[in-house]
Ligand binder design. Sequence first.
Ligand SMILES: Cc1cc2nc3c(=O)[nH]c(=O)nc-3n(C[C@H](O)[C@H](O)[C@H](O)COP(=O)(O)OP(=O)(O)OC[C@H]3O[C@@H](n4cnc5c(N)ncnc54)[C@H](O)[C@@H]3O)c2cc1C
Ligand SMILES: *[C@@H]1O[C@H](CO)[C@@H](O)[C@H](O)[C@H]1NC(C)=O
Ligand SMILES: *[C@@H]1O[C@H](CO)[C@@H](O)[C@H](O)[C@H]1NC(C)=O
Ligand SMILES: *[C@@H]1O[C@H](CO)[C@@H](O)[C@H](O)[C@H]1NC(C)=O
Ligand SMILES: *[C@@H]1O[C@H](CO)[C@@H](O)[C@H](O)[C@H]1NC(C)=O
Length: 482
Amino acid sequence: MLRRLLLVPLLLHAAAAGDICIVGSGISGSSTAFFLSNYTTVLSGGQLRVFERRAKRRRRAGGRLATVTVAGDDFEAGGSIIHPRNLHVRRFADLLGLAAKTNGDDDWLGIWDGSRFVFQTLRPPPPGASWLRRKLHALLNTLHLLKRYGLSLVKMDRFVQDMLQRFLLYYNGFESRPVFDSVEEMLKWSGLYDLTRRTLEEELVDAGLNSQTISELVTVITRINYGQSASISGLAGAVSLAGSESGLWAVKGGNWQLAAGLLKAANATLHLQEGIDSIHYAGDHYVLKSNKGHEYDCEATVVATPLDEVNITFSPAISISPRKMQHTHATFVRGLLNPKYFGLSSVSDIPELIGTMEVPEIPFSSISILKKYSEQDMTYKVFSRKKLNDSLLDDIFSRRKETIRINWPAYPHYEAPEVFSPLILDGKQLYYVNTFESAASAMETGAVAAENVARLLLARLRLPLPSRLHLGADDPDQRADL
Ligand SMILES: Cc1cc2nc3c(=O)[nH]c(=O)nc-3n(C[C@H](O)[C@H](O)[C@H](O)COP(=O)(O)OP(=O)(O)OC[C@H]3O[C@@H](n4cnc5c(N)ncnc54)[C@H](O)[C@@H]3O)c2cc1C
Ligand SMILES: *[C@@H]1O[C@H](CO)[C@@H](O)[C@H](O)[C@H]1NC(C)=O
Ligand SMILES: *[C@@H]1O[C@H](CO)[C@@H](O)[C@H](O)[C@H]1NC(C)=O
Ligand SMILES: *[C@@H]1O[C@H](CO)[C@@H](O)[C@H](O)[C@H]1NC(C)=O
Ligand SMILES: *[C@@H]1O[C@H](CO)[C@@H](O)[C@H](O)[C@H]1NC(C)=O
């Protein structure tokens, strides 16, 4: 093919094209694979290998994107909602032909302080209510929120919009967006770095929010999205607040399909149930040893999992900044909540989404209804920082038919000022996507970090990149242009 021929001279001074190996099949690893194959046509000398150690129950890609089956229905167990301005994930879904399902915007939220609901939004109109009734409900709800939180609501929105505006810079084309070789540099360029230096609470006080809004509404949101208080760092906080906006969606059938689809689109070789135990630098390439006793030679290696709780031996040793992962216990219950636990007389008085304030005695962060089979039979999702034992669940629920518990090493435990591990772990061809998670953990931040790592890797291997970033149709002329 003419296009290939034109690229041959470039290959002469590029390193010999070998395999590129990626550890982890979550959204970070799969989008790294996708961008690598999307941005270059000359990986043909080698292949993309993706390793996934996960062995339990499910044999598929996705990592923290996974579904759980309760009474025959599938629900998101990990990463669930996608913001309308998460442009990479949006494009992935379009490209892969995955359908979106929108989340209802009018959740009936109650804020629980351990002894009572200090605030509740209005009960939503019944399903099938007229357009007018729904609009009216939304308007009244806004007034109801304004009455309690006042202008702090507007200031909170401005804070989030300002963050989103800066984040959008990461979708700029190649001409106006450098390749970054550290997370600090990447965040400073967009003006988001300072947000990682201080707590969300400090940022919001400076933005003029009152303390009631922070201890109630803001805390409810950070506890739902990151299992942590408003003292998380500011950027993670802003990202979690964005997750309370309207227009949120998820992939119909499960977000894990994004990861599986991207790996297919990249023509990557997926090694399922094969964990990498060691990564050794052998002079001009890496040798990866797996738990199956296999060895793989890789020209470049991308670590696409948080290293905080995995045992990979690196030789020579690498150095990363200490970081703790926040564990979130997701407990799925088919049954019925106990109104007495909430000091109420009827189940129908319990809000559909229970958010909580930062009170140590409250044993959970949030409870939401996933599906209503009838007024007496529902499936709920409970998030908590610790495992919920049966006796506690028997207090909270009057009836339980099925209970499923998942303990996620969910996201970093955020502590400002954040210290970032290197993107290039050894100064050579060993990359670490999940260092970016210390800024904020989400599907989209994984994709944004992966896109930069893909560009960085191709640039440092001196493989040709298209001269312009094509997020639209692939333009062969541009490639021949190199
Ligand atoms: C409960 C929960 C709720 C969340 N809610 C949202 C949300 O609503 N919206 C949102 O955008 N984000 C949300 N997130 C965050 C989001 O899910 C993550 O940021 C994202 O999925 C991380 O993707 P990743 O690819 O970086 O890491 P992971 O998905 O963790 O992928 C890493 C993979 O590497 C594998 N691995 C580890 N070690 C090895 C090894 N040695 N060899 C081979 N494979 C290995 C792991 O098994 C794993 O599959 C949530 C997370 C959790 C846990
Ligand atoms: C690259 O990705 C875009 C979508 O972002 C897609 O339209 C295009 O077909 C892809 N090209 C290749 C060569 O994979
Ligand atoms: C996909 O990869 C396989 C093996 O690595 C290779 O033989 C094949 O040509 C690739 N297909 C495409 C469309 O690149
Ligand atoms: C890692 O190895 C140490 C020591 O061998 C062990 O105690 C720990 O449980 C291991 N962690 C994981 C996540 O496998
Ligand atoms: C269950 O958990 C609660 C709250 O963490 C604790 O007080 C109680 O002792 C536990 N009960 C059992 C039987 O472990």
